[in-house]
Design a protein around this ligand. Sequence first.
Ligand SMILES: Cc1cc2nc3c(=O)[nH]c(=O)nc-3n(C[C@H](O)[C@H](O)[C@H](O)COP(=O)(O)O)c2cc1C
Length: 267
Amino acid sequence: MIPRLSLSTALRSLIRIVRGRPRVPPSLADNALLQVILNRRSVRSFTAQAIPEDVFAAILEAGRLAPSTVNLQSWAFAAFDADLWRQTFGQSIPFRGNRAVIVVADTYRDRQVLDAFPHSPLVEYTIAVTNASLAAMNMNIAAEALGVSSVMLSETGRSGLLDAKYLQERLGLPEGTVPLMTIVFGYARGPYPPMPPKLPPEQIIFQGRYTPPDRATMDDWLAQMIAGYKASHIRSSFESQLDIYRTKIGQAEADLREMVFYRDRQE
Ligand SMILES: Cc1cc2nc3c(=O)[nH]c(=O)nc-3n(C[C@H](O)[C@H](O)[C@H](O)COP(=O)(O)O)c2cc1C
C-alpha cells in the first residue's frame, strides 16, 4: 500500500529532490568521465535532430566491447532508426527518440559452438542478463559522452522484459534469447530533469555483514518518489504507474518462465 503524503511532507520531499546533487570528492570534480557518469539522467523528451551514423556506430561499438562472463558476449543488439522502428512496431520510437537499440540476452549464439551451461537455465539466463545489461550501460555512457541522451525502457511502449514474448516474435528471435530493454537515444529537448531520489551511501554500502535498511530513510525515500512522480506527471501518480506494471506482470512472469526454462520442456 502506497502511503498518502501530507502537503508538508510532499513539499519537503520536493525540496530535497531539487537540492539533490551527486557527491563528488572535490579533488575529482573535474574528471571528465566521472562527470559524464554522475550527470547522466534518463531523458524522455528529444529534439528532432538526427544522430549521425558515426556517433550511433560508436555507441554500438561501446556495447560490443563490454566485459562479459568468460568473454561469452551473450547479447544481441537490435538497432533501429525511426523508420525501421515504425515498420517493425507500427508506431514511433517511444518519446520520439531518434534511434533505439533493443538489448537481448542471447544464449542461442554461443550454443552453436559450445554448451557452456548444460542443465542450468537459471544460471545461464542470469549470466546472459548480467552481460547484456553491462553492454547496455556501456552504450548508455558512450552516448552520454558523445552528447547523446538516452533512456532505458523495459515497459513503456512494449519495449522490454515485460513484453519479452511479443518482442521475441516481432524480431524473429530464436529460443534462448530474451529481450531485456530498449535504449532510446536522441538529443535532449531542454535541460536535464533533477536527479531522482537516490538512496544515501550509508543505506546501500556495507562493510562485512549486510546492514539492515534504516526504516526512516526508506520512508523518506518513498515519500520523495511519490512526490517527485506527482510533480512530473500531474495527471498520474506513482501508485497508478505501479498498477500499470502489476497488470502486465502475471503474463510477463509466465512468458519468462517459458523462455528461460524452454529446454526443460524439450527434454
Ligand atoms: C532496466 C531499466 C528499465 C527501465 N524501464 C523504464 C520504462 O519502461 N519507462 C521509463 O520511463 N523509464 C524506465 N527506466 C528508467 C528509470 O525510471 C530511471 O533509470 C530511474 O528512474 C532513475 O533515473 P535516472 O536514470 O535519471 O537516474 C528504466 C531503467 C532501467 C535501468
